[in-house]
Unconditional design. Structure first.
Length: 138
C-alpha cells in the first residue's frame, strides 16, 4: 500500500514530500482521527525499524522532527503524540511509518472529519516548505 503511494501510483488525496526520502500524507482512516493526524513514510520500502540502515537513521529522525514541528505549527496544536506500530497485531501495513497526531488542550483525541484534515493539509505543506528552505545552505 505505502509503496504505491510513495511511488505516485496511489493517490492518498494529498501527498507532501518532506525531501527525496520521505512523504507525508493525512491519515484519513486511522484512529485516533484528531484534526491533523499525519503519516510520515519513508519513500523506499522498510518493513520496520529493525530494517533501517544505520546511515538512514539520522535523516529519518530529522524528517520526523521537521514534520512534527510543522504539524504543530500548521494545525495550532499545543503538543503531539508520535506513534510507531511494530509487528502484529499493532502493525497492519508492513511498511515503516510514523503517526504524527496533533494534540489540543481538552481534545477528546478523536475529533476530526476527513474533509477537514484534507483542507488543513495544504497549510502543513506551507510549513514544511518554509522549514526545508531555512535549512538549505545559502
Amino acid at each position: 500500500m505505502f509503496c504505491s503511494v510513495t511511488a505516485g501510483v496511489t493517490d492518498p488525496g494529498v501527498c507532501l514530500a518532506v525531501d527525496n526520502e520521505f512523504v507525508v500524507f493525512p491519515a484519513l482512516h486511522q484512529r485516533p482521527n484528531n484534526r491533523g493526524h499525519m503519516l510520515l513514510v519513508p519513500a523506499g520500502h522498510l518493513g520496520g525499524i529493525a530494517d533501517v540502515p544505520p546511515e538512514k537513521a539520522a535523516p529519518m529522525l530529522a524528517a520526523l522532527q521537521a514534520t512534527t514541528q510543522a504539524v504543530k505549527a500548521a494545525f495550532g496544536a499545543s503538543g503531539t503524540t508520535l506513534r510507531l506500530n511494530l509487528g502484529p497485531p499493532a502493525q497492519d501495513i508492513f511498511h515503516l511509518h510514523w503517526h504524527i497526531i496533533p494534540r489540543y488542550v481538552g481534545d477528546d483525541f478523536n475529533s476530526a472529519k476527513s474533509s477537514e484534515v484534507l483542507q488543513l493539509t495544504a497549510k502543513l505543506g506551507q510549513h514544511l516548505v518554509r522549514r526545508a528552505s531555512a535549512r538549505l545552505p545559502k
